[in-house]
Design a protein around this ligand. Structure first.
Ligand code: HCA
Ligand code: CU
Length: 465
């Protein structure tokens, strides 16, 4: 049985340009708790008063998850962790030769003393203790065992095997954890795997097979450089491949998008589980298969995580996908009409990157010669915003740019200060987006105009939709 420590609030906030507000951190912690992660690493209190305040507030929420504060091996950091009400402190002290020689300037023996002393101190304050040998995977193995066992003897009950630079591969991780398990005094082993080579989750899973207990994750793989394993992908991978069913999968997507919104750090469309394309199918062969039986091209049922399958229609499209899309709008066509619609779509698809449902309905109208009364589901709209007079318009613009569904933003002259183009899957989603825009500080009023048709023009980047 795997355990998860989510460190979006600590490692995740080490993502370049990311800073959470205290309230946002509390909301993330609440949602993580609903999902069922065992531990939440809430921050390192020595970083800033704001980080310390968030740890205290989160500890005050009395969640089921254990609240962990991260700290260097300093008495002041550990004391803060205790004063703020954390259940556990994670004390980190680097152990690799290069870190000892070039960073801390300590001998191995001195490092052992420092770690022992600070673990004891934390225990004396009543805290549970994890010890992290930072850069563990580049540390001499015998020394690693020695310093970890000193920490365990001093009262640590967890060791975090930190692949700080993301240099491991699954087989070496598996071997190392087997060896470590054999040599370490009784303790739990956490795996903190960085993703520099894209192997973080694979390494962590191999480590669990080797006998480790816990994987560190962040929402959307945030963290230093390329981050660490993504919470959603980790949970779903264990659900699908290891029969681990204790976490609530239905909350993952909304947490990922909440974190995207408040961090301004957006995932690529091809990100597993929560990425825009994770359950989309495009080529004629794939869509034909999926429409006959989803299992042909889906190893994960999108409903498992509260998502929907999407069939993309463009020049790769086959007849079956088009029929199915037309049926969704209550449109029936003859075989011959269908062929002409598909041909038409293939022509347009060469020129344009994205076809809206509006286009498909329009093509069907042209081909059948009938007026079709259908409201397309993918909607584009122009939202105009008037900002409060005492506010810099650029502040509102910056917030607007953080919304995933906002395609462009302009500062303009005239009655309104900002003009933006937004997209939504349906009226409901558009409504929610406008509501959110209205909550941006400094937004006085908005006016929304639905885009009925969009035309390609000869010049400019007309192909960009
Ligand atoms: C860092 C520290 C750390 C600590 C991991 C842990 C790492 O270098 O920022 O405490 O488990 O990657 O080594 O994030
Ligand atoms: Cu890290």
């Amino acid at each position: 049985m795997v355990e998860i420590l989510d460190t979006t609030l600590r490692e995740g906030e080490q993502t370049p340009y990311v800073n959470f507000q205290v309230e946002e951190k509390m909301e993330i912690a609440r949602r993580l708790d609903l999902i069922g992660v065992e531990m939440i690493e809430a921050g390192d209190p020595s970083v800033s008063p704001n980080v310390a305040a968030a740890i205290e507030k989160i500890a005050g929420l009395k969640l089921k998850a254990e609240i962990v504060a991260h700290s260097m091996a300093t008495r002041s950091g550990i004391k803060k962790a205790s004063d703020l009400g954390a259940d556990r402190v994670a004390v980190f002290y680097a152990t690799s030769k290069i870190h000892l020689e070039s960073k801390t300037n300590r001998s191995q023996d001195e490092a052992i003393d420092i770690v022992r002393e600070h673990v004891q101190y934390a225990r004396s304050l009543g805290l549970k203790v994890r010890y992290t040998p930072e850069d563990a995977t580049r540390t001499d193995f015998d020394f690693l065992v020695q310093i970890c066992n000193a920490a365990i003897e001093a009262g640590a009950d967890r060791i975090s095997y930190a692949d700080t630079l993301g240099i491991m591969q699954p087989h070496s991780m598996h071997e190392n954890i087997l060896k470590l398990r054999e040599k370490l005094l009784p303790c739990k082993i956490d795996l903190h795997c960085h993703d520099d080579l894209g192997l973080a989750l694979a390494n962590a899973m191999a480590g669990i097979r080797g006998g480790a207990d816990c994987i560190h994750t962040t929402v959307n793989s945030m963290g230093e450089r390329t981050g660490i394993p993504d919470l959603s992908t980790t949970i779903v991978a264990f659900h699908q491949l290891e029969g681990e069913h204790k976490y609530d999968l239905t909350q993952l997507v909304s947490l990922a998008s909440y974190v995207e919104k408040v961090s301004g750090f957006f995932s690529a469309p091809n990100k597993p589980i929560t990425g825009q394309n994770a359950f989309s199918h495009k080529s004629g062969v794939h869509t034909n298969g999926v429409l006959k039986n989803p299992s042909t091209y889906e190893s994960i049922n999108p409903e498992l995580v509260g998502r929907e399958r999407k069939i993309v229609i463009d020049k790769y499209t086959g007849k079956r996908a088009v029929v199915s899309r037309l049926e969704e709008y209550g449109i029936t066509v003859s075989d011959e009409e269908l062929q002409r619609i598909v041909d038409e779509i293939k022509n347009i698809g060469d020129e344009r990157k994205l076809l809206f449902d509006t286009d498909i309905v329009e093509i069907a109208e042209q081909v059948t010669g009938k007026v079709i009364d259908a409201i397309p589901r993918d909607i584009h709209a122009i939202v105009q915003i008037e900002a409060e007079s005492h506010i810099y318009t650029s502040l509102v613009v910056r917030r607007m740019r953080n919304f995933k569904n906002v395609s462009s933003v302009y500062e303009i002259t005239g009655d309104y200060d900002i003009n933006s183009v937004v997209k939504a899957r349906d009226v409901h989603e558009l409504n929610n987006l406008i509501e959110e825009i209205r909550t941006i500080p400094g937004v006085k009023q908005t006016e929304t105009r639905l885009i009925l048709k969009k035309y390609a023009v000869k010049n400019g980047n007309s192909k960009e939709q």
